[in-house]
Write a protein that binds this ligand. Structure first.
Ligand code: NAD
Ligand code: UFG
Length: 335
């Protein structure tokens, strides 16, 4: 029996595959490399010394994805495959809804066909919208999303709940990630965005590496944060990967249900705190300028991770210094 990992060559997927292989699980990866590279698969093998099956398949291609189910005894699915750039989703809503929502529907149809009803889904804190308070609790439910990317996550959550309502033998974990950063200790896998990055940590790394001359800090007049810059709940990608293992273990203990968890540390750090920590632990310079606020950004939010701790036995073990160190190690290492 195998675990199918869609998007397993991507940033979070690759780290999760490493953790699964370290636990001797049988893995099948499906990825179309729209936002990753084939070399990642070799890096995963190098880190773990283990092998796995891989299919270069777009999850929208029902025939080819059917073949993956036909050739393997898939017991559960961890579903990472999706497009994730917020700004791009505003420019290309059709592509985002098609890839993320239709892709998930194709996957779910095949799971039903092969009577494989256990799925862990990558959702996002963005589905909360703006609940008006910084500490997000699962029971808030979904709010109004502010961009097509966030809407795809919200819609897929709804689809999964509707699916369970129609057939309560489904066993579903919805994981709402906060802000994953960092990289594997080996320096072999990490986040490698193409072109100019949107997110804070990839941007800091390009500036530290002198590929870009400075970072724009989007706003320093936010209320409710330590220094006026935006604050987020950053978590180490390896902790996040382990969260998926724990979620799968939970599903293996349960007969069926829909289980929703925040995956975050419960602490928010400001942009300036991240810059200062990155500079200090890595002994590099990160020039920055204060710039206007970025449209759509909230001042501060962070997870209430109590439910994941109680029900999954999951807590983050890696702190902000380790996150900054491992991110930089990935960029500097001789891959
Ligand atoms: P990523 O882009 O590194 O990984 C996604 C992988 O899916 C890539 O390897 C890509 O090639 C693949 N993919 C995309 N569409 C596909 C398709 N149609 N068929 C086959 N493969 C496809 O992103 P990530 O940061 O690893 O994120 C993984 C998941 O977690 C995504 O669904 C993302 O939306 C979600 N998420 C990410 C964050 C974050 O900050 N990184 C936060 C919340 C949620
Ligand atoms: N920031 C800057 N300068 C930059 C980039 C970011 O100051 O160049 C600031 C932002 O204003 C924000 C913080 O750094 O205060 C974090 O920004 P990111 O873009 O790294 O992350 P976001 O919190 O905006 O978004 C992330 C994911 C989304 C997801 C969202 C869920 O990128 O996919 O969390 O809450 F939807």
């Amino acid at each position: 029996m195998s675990i199918l990992v869609t998007g397993g060559a991507g940033y979070i997927g690759s780290h999760t595959v490493v953790e699964l292989l370290n636990r001797d699980e049988n893995i099948v990866i499906v990825d179309n490399f729209v936002n990753s590279k084939p070399e990642v698969l070799e890096k995963i093998k190098k880190i773990t010394g283990k092998d796995f099956k891989f299919y270069e398949v777009d999850i929208l291609d029902e025939k080819k994805l059917n073949n993956v189910f036909e050739e393997n005894d898939i017991e559960s699915v961890i579903h990472f495959a999706g497009l994730k750039a917020v700004g791009e989703s505003v420019e290309k809503p059709i592509e985002y809804y098609y890839n993320n929502v239709t892709g998930t529907l194709v996957l779910l149809k095949l799971m039903r066909k092969y009577n494989c009803k256990k799925i862990v889904f990558s959702s996002s804190a963005t589905v909360y919208g703006d609940p008006g308070t910084p500490k997000y609790i699962e029971e808030f439910g979904r709010g109004k999303t502010t961009n097509p990317y966030g809407s795809t996550k919200s819609i897929i959550e709804q689809i999964l709940e509707d699916l369970y309502a129609s057939d309560n033998s489904w066993n579903i974990a919805i994981l709402r990630y906060f802000n994953p950063i960092g990289a594997h200790k080996s320096g072999l896998i990490g986040e490698e965005p193409q072109g100019i990055p949107n997110n804070l940590m990839p941007f800091i790394m390009k500036v530290a590496n002198k590929e870009l001359d400075h970072l724009n800090v989007f706003g320093n007049d936010y209320e409710g944060t330590k220094d006026g810059t935006g604050a987020r709940d950053y978590l180490h990608v390896v902790d996040l990967a382990i969260g998926h293992i724990k979620a799968l273990e939970k599903l293996n203990r349960e007969k069926s249900g829909v289980f929703i968890y925040n995956l975050g540390t419960g602490t928010a750090y400001t942009v300036l705190e991240i810059i200062e920590t990155f500079k200090r632990v890595n002994n590099v310079d990160v020039p920055y300028k204060i710039a206007p606020r970025r449209s759509g950004d909230l001042a501060i939010y962070y997870a209430d991770p109590t439910k994941a701790k109680k029900e999954l036995g999951w807590v983050c073990e890696r702190g902000i210094e380790e996150m900054c160190r491992d991110s930089w190690n990935f960029i500097k290492s001789d891959k």
